[in-house]
Design a protein around this ligand. Sequence first.
Ligand SMILES: Cc1ncc(C[n+]2csc(CCOP(=O)(O)OP(=O)(O)O)c2C)c(N)n1
Ligand SMILES: [Mg+2]
Length: 632
Amino acid sequence: MGETVQLTVAQATVRFLSQQYSESDGVEHKFFEGCFGIFGHGNVAGLGQALLQAEIDEPGSLPYVLGRNEQAMVHSAVAFARMRNRLQTYAVSSSVGPGATNMVTGAALATINRIPVLLLPADTFADRSASPLLQELELPYAGDVTVNDCFRPVSKYFDRIWRPEQLPAALISAMRVLTDPAETGAVTVCFPQDVQAQSYDWPVELFAKRVWHMSRPLPESAIISRAAEIIRGASKPLIVAGGGVHYSGATEALAAFCEATGIPVGQTQAGKGTLVYDHPQCLGAIGSTGTTASNAVAHEADVIIGIGTRYEDFTTASRTAFQNPDVKFVNINVAPIDAVKHAGLAVQADAREALSALASLLDDHTVSDTYRSRYLQLDAEWDATVAKAFAEEEPAPGLLSQSSVIGLVNELSDPSDVVVCAAGSMPGDLHKLWRTRDPKGYHVEYGYSCMGYEVAGGLGVRMACPDRDVFVMVGDGSYLMMATELATAVQESIKIITVLVQNHGFASIGSLSESLGSQRFGTSYRKRSAATGRLDGDKLPLDLAANAASFGLEVIKVTTKAELADAIKTAKAATESIVIYVETDPLIDAPSSQSWWDVPVSSTSTLTSTQQASEFYQGKKNEQKPFLTPTA
Ligand SMILES: Cc1ncc(C[n+]2csc(CCOP(=O)(O)OP(=O)(O)O)c2C)c(N)n1
Ligand SMILES: [Mg+2]
């Protein structure tokens, strides 16, 4: 055996992580910016001791950040990694039991959005010397199952270190998955409490600097030629640009391809910003929360070129967006699971490489002038719709429309500032309305649409780009679910601007409920009324502005558009985190997408509202396409 060094399993893990780098286009990046953590008995003496030792012995090697909620820490890590185009991320250390399972939601969010994050939950003793432990699951039928097995279905790689010898292979596998653009997502490596603290003689090479190349798979020439042929044969082609365009660094290649060919682009939530909003070929959002321009073009398109998209139901309007009976799909994606969707031509490749290959194969090709003028006209109409929504006046004293709030934040933020959101009515409204002026200026988590991502995500975004202001747009529902990381923002002096939109409940689900015949049941924050016994009493006397102020932040309460404009300017000028509190009317919707989303309605009911909704629903179901015709 060669040279060894004695360290605990936890110390070895920290030392290994601090030596990992990613490399893309010849540039190296330290892969782990740091480690979020909340200590409990499961990790305080193992990973906690190792992080302390690293902070003292090698400052900056893996800086520790104390969060407030394990789920939130995973969100912050994901937001950070997404802003850095998956080239860098954070590790997250939790205690055993509830601290660990709090991260399961974050893991699902990371995996669904294909964003790398390394989770290090503590686990129950490997040697079972004191079982059953505090927080141990104890299943009567299996001795080797712990609560951490909940991570298996939501992780792209899962491992548990029962003994020190397993660590090197587990860490190498974890890195392989984290840095593979097709595989990446949540990686979970569980550390039994006793094993964390155990010493072992490690080969010194384990801690050598390791550089992980981020691959850019090239398209096969026969396949890309076929793709070019299909596009050449199209009269109404449309690109659907997803998050993969960002992660591959393909925004310039996309712009060049669109400008050369005249092919327009509809953008998914993760794909917003792939072209800036006023690029002539940018039709903005597509699908259930899309623009009328994208959706009208999608309706007739004969070839859909999906680039870095997973074709979520919001993108395809639950498979009703593409109504041309002969529509074909060309799918450019590094991930085989996405490339084969809708029976499309699977171009399994890096987006930037595939786009430049297509550009040279199609350098003499453009769409017709008729098609170009039609989509430009539709785009201009949508732009006017947005301008009108942004200009909406206060509907009642003290109330604003949500569209006008979005408009003011959009207009008064800098082009490079970042808007952050995840759940509620705001993501859809932002998708439609927000005028994205910088590729990374729009950050809405809509793979998992997880309430509570907003503040935590905003923190991660700002950590990734301290030179941009971050506007966290958060509804009262999401705020109540997880505002906790405002404390972390204060602790770290990380500036985020939170726009807290109070509409006393779930405007989004209320409006959805109404459209499905369920009469907004149970979606607004009301006291249970003594008279009716139902949740239709007075508004809850929640004071979320006071709640936000309790984190030690400045809170500005606004009641008019003019006050909101002033508050945004104050927030921009501030150096610390700030919260703007605004009340909006939940009954004023953003302009319609002329689209649909499949949410099944009760097929039997004695309520007229439900019966009517059910009839409408069955009609829409008939528009849904299976997309099974093979693309040769
Ligand atoms: C963790 C989680 N729970 C439930 C949901 C379902 N859901 C989506 S939006 C929403 C309401 C959000 O309320 P709020 O933040 O006030 O936004 P608003 O709808 O009022 O715009 C709910 C309950 C979700 N997306 N995430
Ligand atoms: Mg609300």
